[in-house]
Design a protein around this ligand. Structure first.
Ligand SMILES: [Zn+2]
Length: 229
């Protein structure tokens, strides 16, 4: 019978990388732009800084995500290889191990043994990977997918404050800060809703840190602005 309940865990991997990337894009690019603008740089210099921030940030997100997810993939592959070896060399011990896992999950010894034997007969490696190593097919590490998701969402996030810079409003720092906080609040709320968590909490959490980052760079930028003149 088809599993009808809807579980959000299916979207964890993609959602987490996407929201983190977009948040990062908005916060780091808006902070960069605000910092340079606060130092009284020209509009061209501010725009250039924003574009450079977008490209470098997207590349570093992609590289970071690719490296971290690849090493996770390496670890999973090494665990699976060792498990395959153990299943081939000591099947009785592995069967006992699996039985023990089911007993610890609440099955009677008798039933646990039966379940372990049937699952071993059906697909021993899959049973051990899932129940012993916690490697589930759906959560398999996909480095390229994760890197692309992170880089593209970072770039999308970074584009938002950049669009404000392109419009060149008179009080640029204020406009970039306010618009970025609006974007962050929307993203934070969206991510919280999609993840089944409290919208307000999610919203406040991301706008607080975003505001803090922009305040810090505005402070540093104005300091440089004063020193430079
Ligand atoms: Zn095992």
């Amino acid at each position: 019978m088809r599993h009808s309940e809807f579980h959000r865990s299916h979207r964890i991997g993609w959602l987490r990388a996407a929201v983190l990337g977009a948040n990062d894009g908005i916060v780091s690019t808006a902070s960069l732009v605000i910092g340079v603008a606060s130092a009284n740089a020209s509009h061209e210099a501010i725009l250039l800084t924003g574009v450079a921030g977008l490209v470098s940030g997207a590349m570093s997100m992609a590289a970071g995500e690719y490296v971290s997810v690849s090493s996770q993939a390496d670890t999973e592959a090494a665990d699976i290889a060792r498990e395959t070896e153990e299943l081939a060399t000591q099947p009785e011990h592995e069967l006992e191990e699996l039985t023990g896992i089911y007993i610890s999950r609440g099955l009677t010894a008798d039933l646990a043994k039966k379940v372990a034997m049937q699952l071993t007969a059906h697909n021993a490696l899959a049973a051990h990977a899932r129940d012993e190593l916690g490697i589930i097919e759906a959560m398999n590490a996909r480095p390229v997918q994760a890197a692309l998701a992170s880089a593209s969402t970072f770039a999308l996030g970074a584009l938002l404050p950049l669009l404000v810079v392109l419009l060149n409003p008179t009080s640029l720092v204020m406009c970039v800060a306010l618009m970025s906080l609006v974007f962050l609040a929307f993203l934070g709320g969206l991510a919280a809703k999609a993840g089944g968590a409290g919208i307000l909490k999610g919203l406040l959490r991301v706008t607080f840190w975003g505001a803090l980052a922009m305040l810090a760079t505005a402070g540093v930028g104005s300091l440089f602005g004063v020193v430079a003149t």
